[in-house]
Design a protein around this ligand. Structure first.
Ligand SMILES: [Zn+2]
Ligand SMILES: [Zn+2]
Length: 345
């Protein structure tokens, strides 16, 4: 089968790989129908993710059809259409029982990281019963690819951890797919203001269409001044970091109002200065989280009822054989205007 393989920093290739086989009774083999590329894959290719070894098939998002299941799988049968969660969870360990699937001792974020992922024709999913979701009949399967990772990530790490509330003020730093996913799901709670900050005017235009009340281009480095002007000098109740570089996390430290929360979403590959000398007395909280995907069933319902339209995030489509072009398009978003690219396997 064709697969996109990480060969080390700045090195990837399409390779011919054997079809995966069942290894444990809880496994399922899923034939991928649609997958996508994540900003996290770009972080892996930069060398930011030490757990991902060269030789790994990338990808942790997708939908597909069950090809085969191990003897221990009871919830799915061959032919079932499934949504693959980026987080694999045994459902039984202490962390799983606490709803922290991301830290499952026998799973977590392993797909396309510690085990082969979804940018291929087939993928092996461990703990299939608790790591896959049935796709409702008649659902738009392509749109549901956005529920593998980015929508639960934006919602859990940004909106829930950031305690977005009715009437609150929110700034989201980074208007890429994750920032936009946070923007879409923040609106469940009716905040008074959602200020989107980015360097790319196209992405800020998209953010306005998706419900941002204000947008700030920080190309001139004046975002703090502009946000203060928009918030009566206070700053914001929730500052979400949705990029994963030191400068954007530092910006969040300057944007947060007394009593506010900095909710980190980004994948960070290097250390960041924490300005505790100015934050210690301001009653702020900093949260970090790897998405647990505990909200995936809820998000599926909001998509079915059209409260959430993840399809809006899809800008480009490719075949699996063109996945290198898909990577170029996704990585070159400033010129291609890509948000999420769909890859058909
Ligand atoms: Zn991802
Ligand atoms: Zn577990």
């Amino acid at each position: 089968m064709k697969a996109l393989v990480y060969r080390g920093p700045d090195n990837k290739a399409v390779e011919d790989r054997p079809k995966p086989e069942l290894q444990a009774p809880g496994d399922a083999i899923v034939q991928i129908t649609k997958t996508t590329i994540c900003g996290t894959d770009l972080h892996i290719l930069k060398g930011d993710v030490a757990t991902c070894a060269p030789g790994r098939i990338l990808g942790h998002e997708g939908v597909g059809v069950i090809d085969s299941v191990g003897a221990g799988v009871t919830a799915f049968r061959p032919g079932d259409h499934v949504l693959i969660s980026c987080i694999s969870a045994c459902g039984k360990c202490e962390y799983c029982r606490r709803g922290m699937y991301s830290h499952c001792i026998a799973g977590g974020w392993v797909l396309g990281n510690e085990i082969d992922g979804t940018q291929a024709e087939y993928v092996r999913i461990p703990h299939a019963d608790t790591s896959l979701y049935s796709i409702p009949q008649g659902a738009d399967e392509e749109a549901l690819v956005m529920l593998s990772d980015i929508l639960p990530t934006g919602f859990e790490c940004g909106v829930l951890n950031g305690k977005v509330a009715p009437g609150s003020t929110v700034a989201i730093v980074g208007a890429g797919p994750i920032g936009l996913a946070a923007l879409m799901t923040a609106q469940f709670y009716s905040p008074a203001e959602i200020i989107m900050i980015d360097l790319d005017d196209n992405r800020l235009d998209v953010a306005r269409r998706f419900g941002a009340t204000q947008t700030v281009n920080n190309g001139d480095g004046t975002a703090v001044k502009k946000v203060r002007a928009l918030t009566g000098g206070r700053g914001v109740d929730t500052a979400m970091e949705a990029v994963g570089v030191p400068s954007t996390f530092m910006l969040c430290q300057d944007l947060v109002a007394p009593g506010g929360i900095i909710a980190n979403i980004g994948v960070h590959g290097s250390k960041v200065d924490l300005h505790l000398e100015s934050l210690w007395s301001r009653n702020i909280a900093i949260t970090t989280r790897l998405v647990d995907t505990v909200t995936t069933p809820m998000l599926l319902k909001t998509v079915q009822s059209k409260k959430l339209e993840p399809k809006l995030l899809i800008t480009h489509r490719f075949r699996l054989g063109q996945i290198l072009d898909a990577y170029d398009t996704f990585a070159g978003a400033a010129s291609t205007r890509a948000l999420k690219v769909i890859i058909e396997a």
